[in-house]
Design a protein around this ligand. Structure first.
Ligand SMILES: [Zn+2]
Ligand SMILES: [Zn+2]
Length: 340
């Protein structure tokens, strides 16, 4: 579930008070795209990334911050063109941010705004804009020698080598999806030589090699690349207690617990353990029943929350207010007879 908040901030450029929306909490369930775009629900929060002042048209990630050059820059006709007729698309807002970041020479925002603009263009099915922005971003990454601080293997302590490889994966995806397969092949050679004996990277490189030689520019996730796409855990893969905890108390779970419960959901396949986080690995070693009851115990101790169970067979219910057991089908719904 995604929850939002609104707050009022002072616009850096005009000083006006603007109400902006932010994300209080969200989650993503499944694999991110190969350019690290998160899975749902986080995927759909993109519209809250840019903050926009309707008074002066200033757009930035934090409206109360900015560069000294921005108040003048937002007066120019080039900048105003992003907001013609007072209407602006999400990809225009990211373009406006990118243009101000270019002037301010803020490398990470120059990169980030273009990355987000691509996702907005994909969502708007504007493939031409998505393609040109992909090529532009790839060039900018090379020119600035930028490294995304993403971890391709979910490492809790990623270092510069992890960031370099994650960035390389993004570059390959950018040019492949823009149908520049020749450049994609060149980047892929670099990935192969960096892969060493890392099983994830070897499998991803293999997958990308096939896509590139097929001239395939479609969107794929890490799950696709590792042959796991059809194995994204569903509620039916989960044991009843893990399902109950994720379904009803997901927001109270620590990230490590949430990830471990999901990872274990499809525990038959070792490849699911695509994490090098020692905290998750330790929980996973404990095994499914131990892990879920450990979480149940913690919620009870810390929040006084008890898991609702079937009065007949003691199986966890689907929700705290359920009136029928999914396991033994025992039902205690009040009937018209006994409520009279
Ligand atoms: Zn303003
Ligand atoms: Zn029951």
């Amino acid at each position: 579930m995604t929850t939002y908040f609104t707050k009022t901030v002072g616009c850096y450029c005009c000083g006006g008070q603007v109400e902006v929306r932010g994300i209080a909490s969200t989650n993503s369930f499944g694999f991110s795209d190969l350019d690290f775009r998160p899975a749902e629900m986080a995927r759909s929060t993109i519209a809250t990334y840019p903050q926009y002042c309707p008074n002066c048209h200033y757009a930035w990630y934090d409206l109360n911050q900015g560069d000294p050059a921005s108040p003048d820059a937002i007066q120019t006709s080039e900048y105003r063109a992003f907001f013609r007729e007072g209407q602006t698309s999400l990809s225009d807002q990211f373009a406006a941010i990118a243009s101000l970041a270019d002037l301010a020479n803020e490398t990470s925002i120059r990169i980030r705004a273009r990355h987000h603009r691509i996702w907005a263009a994909d969502d708007a099915k504007d493939s031409q804009l998505a393609t040109t922005t992909r090529l532009e971003l790839c060039e900018l990454i090379q020119k600035t020698n930028y490294a995304f601080e993403f971890s391709f293997d979910d490492s809790p302590n990623p270092g510069t080598e992890t960031y370099r490889i994650s960035t390389l994966l993004i570059q390959i995806d950018l040019v492949r999806r823009a149908r520049n397969f020749e450049t994609a092949s060149a980047f892929l050679l670099n990935l192969r030589s960096s892969a060493g004996d890392n099983r994830f990277l070897t499998e991803i490189a293999q997958f990308l090699g096939e896509r590139i030689s097929d001239h395939d520019s479609a969107c794929y996730t890490f799950g696709d690349a590792l042959g796991l796409a059809e194995r994204v855990p569903q509620a039916k893969d989960l044991d009843p207690l893990s399902d109950y905890l994720l379904r009803n108390h997901g927001a109270l779970l620590k990230d490590v617990e949430r990830n471990a419960l999901r990872t274990i959901a499809a525990g038959r396949n070792q490849k699911w353990w695509m994490t090098s986080d020692p905290a998750i690995l330790k929980l996973l070693e404990a095994g499914k029943p131990t892990l879920a009851s450990h979480v149940e115990q913690r919620l009870k101790t810390e929040y006084g929350i008890s898991v609702s169970r079937c009065p007949k067979c003691a199986a966890p219910l689907r929700t705290p207010t359920a009136k029928q057991c999914a396991r033994c089908h025992h039902s205690w719904r009040p009937t018209s007879h006994n409520t009279m």
